[in-house]
Design a binder for this molecule. Sequence first.
Ligand code: F3S
Length: 280
Amino acid sequence: MEVKIAQNAGFCFGVKRAMQTAWDELENKTEDKIYSLGPLIHNKQAVDKYKEKGLVEHDDLDNIPSDSKLIIRSHGVAEKVYTDSKSRNMEIVDTTCPFVKKIHNIAKDYYEKGYKIIIVGNPTHPEIIGINGWCNNEAIIISSLEEIDNITFDPTELYHVVSQTTANLELFDKIVEKLKTKIDNLTVQNTICSATKERQLSAIDLAKEVDCMVVIGGKHSSNTQKLVNICKEIVPTFSIETKDELEKEAFAAFKVAGVTAGASTPDWIIDEVIEYLKEI
Ligand code: F3S
């Protein structure tokens, strides 16, 4: 099988930075354990390596002992997490991606100026929960065009739109267009990060050239699942976390496979998949 790889695939700048910082902390730690609020990234294989080194994850800050060292992952957290952890004397290692931090600042700034914040994104994703926590958890969160029909907008209010860093570009534009028909006082900031845009555009380019696509990344990784949906619209697409999920027979009808990977997929997992496909 001929294998082509997307021009932009795998670890993005924000994840690389967060993973390196967390690894350095674990290598140099003097305490028994270091904690993280939720998994560092949505990639089980990578996260397991960090657990072996002494990283303990909890979803709830209340379950983390006071005075301990806490890593904030690249998805970022709500303002309250900083105040609560400081009041419990925790040492914070903040690996929030600068692209996410920028959205926190926008949300806080516009909220304080009296705007209603609209976030285009998945309401259950930690990044969105974090952003909402910078505007008093009052944001309107929209994940589909249809949802807009059920929202009543106040004509006397000002609204400011931001997006999840990993939102689908095309959907974001469509949602904004529809919002413009419902809201007069609307300002918009497309905060989809450059790494996401590049990955989505390279996936589209590659999917047009090949017989099938293999998208590697966590099943809970938002940006990976966006890549899967984008590719699916163009060619048959396989969504996998590791090469173990591939079955040779499934590729019998294809000559050329394209490979891309979400922003939280380590290189070694991508390389294993490429090698496997080449051998078919
Ligand atoms: Fe940051 Fe974008 Fe990656 S927001 S963590 S560079 S996908």
